[in-house]
Structure formats: C-alpha cells, structure tokens
Design a protein around this ligand. Structure first.
Ligand code: G6P
Length: 481
C-alpha cells in the first residue's frame, strides 16, 4: 500500500514525548481494515517534517515512512497537492494555483515514493497506490520494477476534460496514471472523465474502459512503458467503510449512554441536526448554515427545540484558502448564534476538533438528521458511517447529489446544496418525516451500506487487478489446471 499519509501521524507532547494518533480523512479510515487483513507493507509519510523514523510496526501493520522536508511539505503537499490538484479536481470551487515550483517538487516527491515502494515490494508483488498526491508513482514504479502488478485508486473526483485541460502538466499526470494496470475511481462519471482525457490527449480509443498501449520504442505515445503492448483498465469502484466496526460499537452500552448524555447536554431538543466534516471548502458547510439560519429567521425552526451540531475537524491549516474558510465559517457561526441564540440555547454548536470513533458514533446515534451538503466530494464516508450506526432504523440522511455516495444512497433526501430553497425544503422534510418513512428509508440505506462494505470494495478492486494483470504464479497455476 502506498499513500501520502501513513495511517498514523506522529504527535509530540509538550514534554517532548512522542506518540502516534490516527491520521485525518476518509482515506486511511477506509484502507486501515484492508491492510489489517492483508499481510503487506504500507509506504507513506508520518505527517511531520524531516521525521527520521525508520520502518516500524503500529497496531500490527508494517509501516515504511517516506520523509518529507519542510520545503516539500510546503511545495508538494500544501502546494501542488492541496492548492492545485485538490481545487481543480473538485470542479474549481476554489481557484487552483498553477506553479512550476510546486510541480517540480511534486515530481521529485513522487519519485521518492516510487523508489521507496520499489525497495519495499517483493518480486511480482501487487502494489496499490492511493490518491491524487501520488499520480506519477504508477509510471515511475513501472519503469523501475516491470515485474510488479500496479493498481491506483483516486479517492477524489476526476474532473471533466474542460477543467482538467487547464492543468499545464495534464499529459504528465495522465501518463503517470497509465503506469498502472488498473485505475479505480469512485463514480462512473469520474472514470468517464479520465477516459475522455486519455482520448483527447492521445487520440486513442478506450472501448469498455480499456486503454491499449503500444510497446515502448515504436514511437507512439503514450507507450506501455515496457517492451510489450499493455492494457490499462479504468473503472469505478465506490469505496466504503468497515460497517461491522460501526454496528459493533452501537451495541456497546457505554456508547449508547454517551448518545443519551449528548442529547441531555444539548437540552433534549426535539431535533438535533449534525454535520461532520474536515474543515474544507468542498464540504458546503456555509451553504448548510445559510439554509438553517433562514429557517430560523422565517420561524420554521425554533432554537428552543432545534440545534445544529457542527464538528469541523482542523485540516490543511497552513494553506491560505483553508485559513480564509475557517475565518468565514467561524464568523458565520458567531453571527447565527448572536442573532438567534438564547441564554439557554445556541443555534449552532460548533466544535473545531477531531474526535475518536466512539464519540462520533455516539453523536451519530444522537442526531435525528445528518447533513452532508458537499459541493463536490469523491465519496463522503461520513454519510455511510451515519447509516451504519443507525441500527435502530431511525434518523434521516440529507445528502448532496454532488457526493459520490449519492450514486448508491438513493433513499437519502438528495439535495443540490447550491439551491438554498431546496436545501431548506429538504431540512424541513427531514424534521417532519414520519417514523414509518424514516424507517423505510433507513432500512434500504442500511442494506446497501452493510452489504457493500470496504472489505467488498478491496476484494472487487484487487480481484479486477489480478484479472487485468495475472501474476506469473497465477499464469503458471492456470496452465497446470
Ligand atoms: C481526503 C483525501 C486523502 C487525505 C485526507 C486528509 O480524504 O482523499 O488523501 O489524506 O483527505 O487530508 P490531509 O491533507 O490531511 O491528508
């Protein structure tokens, strides 16, 4: 497994004592159970500059750190990954920066990840590269290790060619990805956008999601990066969560007691709405607040019996767009609370923290309505976590049609978060929904999430990868049969 972040981040206490904590974001949440059930090595960054940490074990996983310097964090991670690719791939919600300096650092760091992976991988191993920070790794790795089976999964959206074509390095990115045998995307539309980029840039056909590459050296471009022609497959594989871990937590008495305590501490309102997001401009937190504030203003909701709890976990705080977003969101919270709050009740309970999973499950259980109003989101695993938690078949999920999860969670109340009136209508519909309808919808949602869990996702991906590029041992076994 190769990803920008390892599943744990280094933390250093005030007295200098080091320890490890789970990394932020949906990617590691999804991949960790996959790695626990496979005997493999995880190559990635520890989240700290110039960390001299060598290979180590954490929670039974073998981790191989790739060090990043302070400059590389600024240029490769905060710069090209999070100030260019992230906004570009999320439909330019924020303006991407196109900088040659950050691009050079991206190339250099991708090279180091490829080298570290080439060193860590056994002969004929399967290497699974993750996400937008490492799009050049598949090709760089294939050039070093043609024996490897290489998969790539893009956790975020892949934009339409009209946007992608803005990228000055669009060819290099596509060539980098084509180093893989199988390229996975969240939604069918993402895979379609990628395949269109291949067709537009290289004037080749892509029937049934297959890109047929000619052998290197015959002058055609893109070439297969090996002396044989090669096929690359691009397809969608919607990612999921370790659903059974959530259902197990719900059964714990302490977690249920904590949910009741949360309701009590919030003053036992009749409606608790909940938002849980990294503090990111793609998540539509401001749109959610606007709709809620208007409902309070119009008297359609009342702070005496409604509260919106917003957990906004800190993210990418040194990137200017994220700083500006934090200021904007916190200003809005202050305004809404100032205008509509009372001595007894706040309109919005805003928490700028990350919480352990037990606390999140208790919050999900306590929440009558879950608001996922992303303007663009690869999948949104929080939506699936909420559903997995609601073993009581209760609770209403309001879900943006721009989140990948909307392709699967069709019984949610689907919204266009840009349409504030529509969002208000959906919020009110959720507040007033009958128990029978809540149960029917949640049951259908649960069926989907519990049967399509992350274990199935990784099985599907790895099965398709094995079929796309049979390893020498699989070929030999097939010949014997
Ligand atoms: C999203 C991305 C991940 C990323 C995570 C947290 O889930 O798809 O690749 O790791 O956000 O963001 P961060 O920049 O803190 O790693």
């Amino acid at each position: 497994m190769v990803s920008n972040r390892l599943p744990v981040d280094r933390v250093t206490a005030h007295d200098g004592t080091p320890s490890w904590k789970p990394s932020p974001g949906g990617l590691v949440t999804a991949l960790e159970p996959v790695m626990r059930s496979n005997d493999g090595v995880w190559v990635g960054w520890t989240g700290t500059a110039d960390d001299p940490q060598g290979p180590f074990e954490a929670d039974g996983m073998r981790l191989h750190p790739v060090p990043l310097s302070a400059d590389e964090i600024e240029l490769y991670y905060e710069g090209f990954s999070n100030d260019t690719i992230w906004p570009l791939y999320h439909d330019v919600i924020a303006q991407p920066a196109y900088s040659r300096t950050t691009w050079e650092s991206y190339v250099e760091v991708n090279r180091r990840f490829a080298e570290a992976s080439a060193l860590a991988a056994a002969e004929g191993a399967t290497v699974w590269v993750q996400d937008y920070q490492l799009q050049l790794v598949p090709r760089m790795l294939r050039e070093r290790r043609p024996d490897l089976v290489i998969g790539f999964f893009n956790h975020i959206p892949f934009p339409a060619y009209g946007l992608f074509s803005q990228l000055p390095w669009r060819r290099q990115i596509v060539e980098g990805l084509l180093g893989a045998d199988l390229i996975g995307f969240q939604r069918r539309a993402d895979a379609g956008n990628f395949l269109r980029a291949v067709r537009r840039l290289f004037h080749v056909q892509t029937p049934h999601g297959r890109v047929e590459l000619p052998a290197a050296g015959d002058g055609k471009w893109p070439n297969s990066m090996s002396d044989q022609p090669r096929t690359v497959i691009a397809r969608h594989f919607p990612i999921s969560i370790d659903a059974s871990a959530y259902t197990a937590l719900v059964e714990q008495e302490a977690v249920r007691a904590r949910a009741a305590q949360i309701r009590h501490d919030l003053g036992n309102p009749s409606t608790i709405m909940l938002g849980v997001d990294r503090l990111d401009y793609t998540k539509g937190i401001g749109h959610r607040f606007s709709a809620y504030a208007e409902l309070l203003k119009e008297g359609k909701l009342d702070v005496d019996d409604t509260v919106l709890v917003q957990v906004a976990s800190p993210s990418r705080e040194r990137v200017e767009t994220y700083r500006a977003l934090r200021d904007e969101i916190e200003l809005t919270v202050g305004r809404v609370n100032g205008e509509f709050g009372t001595i007894r009740h706040s309109a919005i309970s805003y928490l700028h923290h990350g919480y352990p999973r037990e606390e999140m499950v208790a919050l999900f259980l306590a929440a009558d309505i879950m608001l996922v109003t992303a303007l663009r989101d690869g999948m949104n695993l929080v939506a699936k976590e909420y559903v997995a938690t609601r073993a009581d078949d209760d609770g209403v999920l309001v879900l943006s049609e721009f989140a990948g999860a909307a392709d699967e969670l069709k019984q949610a109340l689907l919204v266009n978060p840009h349409d504030i009136e529509g969002l208000k209508r959906a919020m009110l519909a959720a507040v007033h929904m009958s128990r029978a309808e809540r149960r029917a919808r949640m049951r259908a949602l649960r069926k989907k999430v519990l049967t399509h869990d992350v274990e199935r996702w990784s099985r599907d991906f790895l099965g398709a990868l094995a079929a796309a590029r049979p390893t020498p041992s699989a070929v030999a076994a097939a010949e014997v049969e």
